[in-house]
Every structure is written in C-alpha cells, then in structure tokens.
Design a protein around this ligand. Structure first.
Ligand code: IPE
Ligand code: IPE
Ligand code: MG
Length: 248
C-alpha cells in the first residue's frame, strides 16, 4: 500500500500549518545564493498545496515571512518580496481552477505596496472558492497577533461595547487574524529546527508537532503523507487518560 493509501481519510487534520524552513541551507549545499533556495521553495509550496487539496485538508497555513524576517539582509528581503509578488500573479489562475481560496494572516498593510495590492486582488478573486483555504502568514508574528486582538478588545471595553467579564477564549479567538478558522491539528516544521519561532502561539495550544530534517525545497507529497500518517498514529488526549480515550 502506498503512503497515500494508508491515510485514514476520516481522520484527516482539517487544518495543517507549516513553518517552511531551510531554503538558505538547501541553496548553500548546492553552492548557490539564498534566493535560489527560496525560488525552489515555491515548488514545494505548489506540491504541498496540491497534496493537501487532493486529500481533502480544508485549511493549509504556510508561514512565509515573519515580522523578524525584516532583519535579514536587504537584498534577501527585496528578493523574497519580489518572488512573492511574481508567484501570486502566476498562480491565481491555478487557484481558481482548483477552487482554492487565498487568504493571509499578518500585517499586510506594512508590506511593500505592489505586493499588498496584488495579494488583495488575488484574495478578492478567489474569495468564493470552497475546496481549501490556502492561508499565507505574511509579516506575521504570533505575539503581535495576540497584541492586536487585545488592543481591539480593550478599545471595545473603553467604548462600553464589551464588559470585562465577557472576555473569554471565544472572544479573543474572534479577534485574532485566524478568526473563524479552526486551530491546526498538525504543525509541521522542516529543516531539523524544533521551535515555534513566533508562529501561531495561541492557535497551536493543542496541535501535534511534526519535525523533519528535510529542507523545505525537498518537501513533497510523500513527506506530507508521512507527516499525516504520523499524526494519525498519535493519541490526542486533551488532558484525559488513555483509558478514557479508548472508551469513547
Ligand atoms: C525559510 O528558509 C524561508 C523563508 C524565510 C521564507 P530560510 O531562509 O530560513 O532558510 P535557512 O533556515 O536559512 O536554511
Ligand atoms: C523560517 O523561519 C521562515 C518562516 C517560516 C517565516 P526562520 O528561519 O526565520 O526562523 P528562526 O528565526 O530561524 O527560528
Ligand atoms: Mg530558517
């Protein structure tokens, strides 16, 4: 049986989140510059999105650019923005054809003007698509996400629209960039690094983590299937005991 056939489609994660990492090291191994790694990372994005959509995963979040990534050498940052712009423009048709909706989380307003504009156009064009949501985390930080939610709620309290007692998990959830999107059941990070690095801090509270040594440009459908199979072999207890879970 192939890896794909071994996946239990009734126990598919609804939401897979991926911290794509290792583009720079992948390029270095080949004696090339970092941007060569990023360009090749786009192929892995295509493969992974296709793989998730084919299986029936409903939400795929890809961490493409963190607020911390602005601190990289300027040429790499402008190269990444350029690549993002070109990729979005080139892929909108494929998204449409495959009924995939493009969304973003993060502060898009602070991205370069042409990139932000093109993103908005692509989001608007794909708004009605229902097969899968492809969510790009751009200029995103998990802490900043929580801060912006808290700020909005504080203003609502000040304006008398919300009582302090109404501040519950659901209310905060509804103010995060991910409002309305279920928390990821599975978070994948490539390149051997085992840290969250300011990804979806709140939303990953009970996610299963899968780490692979593979650099992002080498990530493909087989890798994705493997991650999902490992996820399916885990016992998610949510604080309960094994006996309780088995008895359910
Ligand atoms: C991740 O790969 C890609 C993005 C930042 C978009 P890196 O660029 O972090 O690659 P390494 O970690 O330096 O190998
Ligand atoms: C990879 O993370 C880039 C993104 C997925 C946005 P980094 O390579 O920037 O992460 P750290 O800082 O090394 O943990
Ligand atoms: Mg990295």
């Amino acid at each position: 049986m192939s890896l794909k056939e071994s996946i239990d489609l009734t126990k598919l994660p609804q939401h897979v989140a991926i911290r794509m990492d290792g583009n720079g090291r992948w390029a270095k191994e080949r004696g090339k510059n970092r941007l060569f790694g990023h360009t090749n990372g786009v192929k892995a994005v295509r493969e992974t999105a296709e793989g998730c959509a084919e299986l029936g995963v409903r939400y795929l979040t890809l961490y493409a650019f963190s607020t911390e990534n602005w601190n990289r050498p300027i040429l790499e940052v402008t190269g990444l923005m350029d690549l993002l712009l070109k990729t979005i423009m080139a892929e909108v048709k494929t998204l449409q054809k495959n009924n995939i909706r493009l969304r973003t989380i993060g502060n898009i307003d602070a991205m370069p003007g042409n990139t932000a504009r093109e993103l908005r156009v692509a989001m608007e064009q794909t708004e009605g698509n229902t097969r899968m949501d492809l969510i790009l985390a751009l200029n995103y930080s998990g802490k900043a996400d929580i801060v912006q939610a808290v700020r909005t709620i504080a203003q609502d309290v000040k304006d008398g629209k919300v009582n302090v007692g109404d501040i519950q998990e659901d209310l905060l959830n509804g103010h995060l960039y991910t409002a309305g999107i279920p928390d990821p059941e599975l978070m994948i990070r490539t390149s051997g690094e085992q840290r969250i690095s300011n990804f979806l801090l709140w939303q990953l509270a009970y996610s299963e983590f899968y780490f692979t040594e593979k650099f992002w440009p080498d990530f493909d459908k087989e890798e994705l299937y493997n991650a999902i199979l490992i996820y399916q072999a885990r016992e998610r207890r949510f604080g309960k005991t094994t006996e309780q879970i088995k008895g359910q």
